[in-house]
Design a protein around this ligand. Structure first.
Ligand SMILES: [Zn+2]
Length: 70
C-alpha cells in the first residue's frame, strides 16, 4: 500500500503520511481547510470542521422581536 497523499482544497498545501487516514488529521494544519486524500488512485474526502458553520451561514438572520409586557 502506498503512503497516502493529501492536498488542501483551500490553500493547496501538500501533505503525506499514514496519519492522513485518521479523521483527526484530515484538515489542513495551515488554514484549517478540508484535505482531499489520495491513496491507491482513490480520492477520499476529508473531514472538515467548517461544514457545520457553512450550514449555519445559509440560515436566515432573524432579528429578535421585542417582547411587550402588558
Ligand atoms: Zn490549507
Amino acid at each position: 500500500m502506498q503512503i497516502p497523499e493529501a492536498r488542501c482544497t483551500r490553500c493547496g498545501g501538500h501533505y503525506h503520511g499514514w496519519a492522513l487516514l485518521n479523521a483527526r488529521h484530515q484538515t489542513c494544519a495551515q488554514c484549517g481547510g478540508k484535505l482531499e486524500i489520495i491513496t491507491e488512485g482513490e480520492i477520499i474526502q476529508g473531514y472538515s470542521p467548517f461544514s457545520a458553520e457553512e450550514v449555519n451561514l445559509k440560515a436566515p438572520k432573524q432579528t429578535p422581536s421585542k417582547k411587550t409586557t402588558s
